[in-house]
Ligand binder design. Structure first.
Ligand code: PRX
Length: 653
């Protein structure tokens, strides 16, 4: 739970009150806290009115069999209907749902009526392919409109989707597809990235060759590059979808019908299939999107600059904003192509009012210099948000000043894939923000910081962040693994949800997030498991043993640093070997998991029971004198490692 800035954080005295005008017209006012506290479930029943139910629910929460929750029991709804049809029926068909902008400048405005028509066609197409309610569909796609269409078409027919971030490897696709028994994969021939088309389909081909459950691979033509074709398996999206009717009568599903599975890294090698269901999730994302971003759907242009392959994209590019009839920007591309002002150009072009992104991006922009955003008119912005990692006060202040023009409140939102929705965040019209603090649980959410023994700490104390009562968008289980669900989240402190994050309460009782307390790293806002990367390394024939740590990094939050012991046969491998191992990890998991450095060491620091003391390796990776090593089985190991590393750096020098 180390945080180099902790001592500074605790002396943070700056406060930023909500702008008067925003406070006056805020969607959610201060009384919501008291209202939710007085009757939490009545509060959640009220929020459920944001959603259109085909059949009303009879009970808000069934918690009779914890930790398995059922929300809005007996209610029936369709997520896609809530995102599209009802808005079109209400006369909003001509409203733009997405200003889609591609990296290369291609653009398209998609209205709610158009999106509905395309989703209906895709739903008809998937049905024609034999996809039925309950079947799983994997989506491995670039950031293009068809990705949203595919997700909503799945939701419409009740086929849970699992979106796999398009940077993941064939092995990662295979693991996910096998874990949840995917029948149809939707992908594209390629993606445009940094001015070049990159391939996607070969990665899917390699994966599905080993996945007998997959019956069809539907391929969107995006880049037009040549792709290998398997007539038994592959079909073009255009052949499946384009000739279909633009009408589709949707079925209404039980509130607990599975909506999607999102795989997330945990402390063991195998990613976890986090399951979200329909009713509670839709209520949760609609409520939080409206409350935290103070969303005014008739006038606001909203932009979550994240990838749909992660939960932030699911909740705040797709389901939340669409449920709220929002106009969003949807951007395919990187922040520095074709130039480092790309994001700000987009903000100015679409007069974006609300921007939501990760601290890593902010720190990168800081590095590039304020002159770049200063060239653009950012005066449309009225609220800016942060997600995915702790935001350090320096980045918060830069974001507030340079991007937010000192007038926009910053909402630092804490949540996780498992949570489905934002749980801890300032309310922009109510909370006086503190740079670096996510402030307080939202109305309806109850969180606490526990000490080692499971007692809530008092203001001023630090410990483990827990959520003490169920919330509507909470994960329902891990796909096919109820035991792991119980063990991972509900066993550390019986009866409450264990987040895996450390946190501190300040004297006012506000929350400061301190990072993970387990073997999970956070690299550029992406969750990475040290164990998963270690397994990838030892699967290489030249590696005998591996240990991975996350070292503090000024831009990416953490960086992946690996220590490996080579097999006898591989000794003397040199730089080529290190490059090979980095590529091996990219092949096993995906390029985002490549260690920044791989240090070859003669041994690893272990306790007498054989547990690797990553803490000591972290000291080495962060260039500190290693801490207390008295519990090591062999105390000379750290000296050996240090000697070896200085030798390696002399060799390199
Ligand atoms: O450590 C916390 C960090 O990101 C983790 C969740 O990662 P993931 O499931 O990928 O979801 C990311 C986007 C919702 C958390 O356990 N985290 C997320 N938001 C914050 C944060 N840490 C500090 N402050 C935040 N605002």
């Amino acid at each position: 739970m180390s945080n180099p800035e902790l001592s500074n954080l605790l002396h943070e005295t700056r406060r930023f009150d909500p702008p008067a005008e925003l406070a006056e017209h805020a969607n959610l006012k201060a009384d919501a806290y008291a209202e939710a506290k007085e009757d939490r479930l009545a509060f959640w029943a009220k929020q459920a009115e944001r959603i259109t139910w085909a059949e009303p629910f009879t009970e808000v929460l069934d918690w009779s069999n914890p930790p398995f929750s059922k929300w809005y029991v007996g209610g029936k709804l369709n997520a896609a209907y809530n995102c599209l049809d009802r808005h079109v029926e209400a006369g909003l068909g001509d409203r733009v749902a997405y200003h889609f902008e591609a990296e290369n400048g291609d653009r398209r405005d998609i209205t709610y009526a158009e999106l509905l028509a395309e989703v209906c066609q895709a739903a008809n197409g998937l049905t024609e392919l034999g996809v039925k309610t309950g079947d799983r569909v994997a989506i491995y796609m670039p950031m293009i409109p068809e990705t949203v269409v595919a997700m909503l078409a799945c939701a419409r027919i009740g086929a849970p989707h699992t979106v796999i971030f398009a940077g993941f490897s064939a092995q990662s696709i295979e693991d996910r597809v096998k874990d949840c028994g995917v029948e149809v994969v939707i992908t594209a021939d390629g993606a445009n990235r940094r001015g070049k088309p990159s391939a996607l389909k070969p990665t899917v081909d390699e994966a599905v060759a080993k996945c007998p459950t997959v019956r069809k691979v539907v391929v969107v033509k995006r880049t037009g590059q040549d792709v290998a074709w398997n007539d038994d398996l592959d079909v073009w999206w255009s052949d499946v979808v384009d000739h279909q009717s633009t009408e589709h009568t949707c079925e209404f599903f039980d509130a607990e019908h599975p909506l999607y599975i999102m795989y997330s890294s945990g402390t063991t090698g195998k990613p976890k299939g986090v399951l979200h269901t329909t009713g509670g999730y839709m209520v949760g994302v609609s409520y939080t999107h409206w409350a935290v971003f103070d969303l005014k759907p008739d006038t606001d242009v909203f932009w979550t600059a994240a990838d749909i392959g992660w939960v932030t994209g699911h909740s705040y590019i797709v389901y939340g904003p669409l449920a709220n009839a929002t106009t969003s920007v949807f951007y395919e591309g990187t922040p520095d192509t074709p130039h480092q002002g790309r994001w700000w150009e987009i903000v100015a072009k679409y007069k974006v009012n609300i921007l939501y992104c990760a601290p890593t991006a902010i720190r990168t922009f800081m590095k590039w210099g304020r002159e770049i955003p200063e060239k653009f008119d950012l005066s449309s912005l009225r609220l800016i948000g942060s997600v995915g990692e702790p935001i350090n006060p320096e980045a918060y202040m830069w974001y507030r000043e340079v991007i937010g023009g000192n007038r926009c409140p910053v909402v630092d939102t804490w949540w996780q894939t498992e949570n489905g929705m934002i749980l801890i965040s300032p309310l922009p019209g109510v909370t006086s923000g503190k740079p670096g603090s996510a402030m307080t649980p939202l109305p309806g959410v109850t969180a606490a910081v526990y000490d080692e023994s499971g007692k809530p700490v008092e203001p001023g104390g630090a410990g483990y962040l827990v959520v003490t009562e169920p919330w509507p968008a909470m994960l329902r289980t891990l796909w096919g693994d109820d035991d792991r669900f119980k063990e991972t989240y509900w066993a550390r402190f019986p009866g409450v949800y264990f987040s895996g994050d450390g946190a501190k309460l300040d004297e006012d009782g506000d929350f400061w997030l301190l990072g993970r307390v387990d073997d999970v790293m956070n690299v550029s806002g992406h969750r990475m498991s040290t164990t998963e990367i270690e397994s990838a390394l030892v699967s290489h024939p030249m590696v005998a043993e591996a240990a991975v740590v996350g070292a503090a990094d000024a831009t990416t939050g953490q960086s992946i640093e690996a220590f490996v012991i080579l097999r006898e046969s591989a000794k003397g491998g040199g730089d080529d070997l290190v490059a090979e191992l980095r590529n091996h990890v990219a092949k096993e998991i995906g390029a985002i998991a490549k260690p920044r450095s791989i240090m070859v060491v003669p041994d690893l620091p272990k306790t007498r029971s054989g547990k690797i003391m990553r803490r000591l390796l972290k000291d080495v990776a962060e260039n500190r004198e290693p801490g207390d090593s008295t519990t090591l089985a062999d105390s000379s190991v750290m000296d050996l490692i240090q000697e070896n590393l200085s030798k390696q750096s002399t060799d390199e020098g």
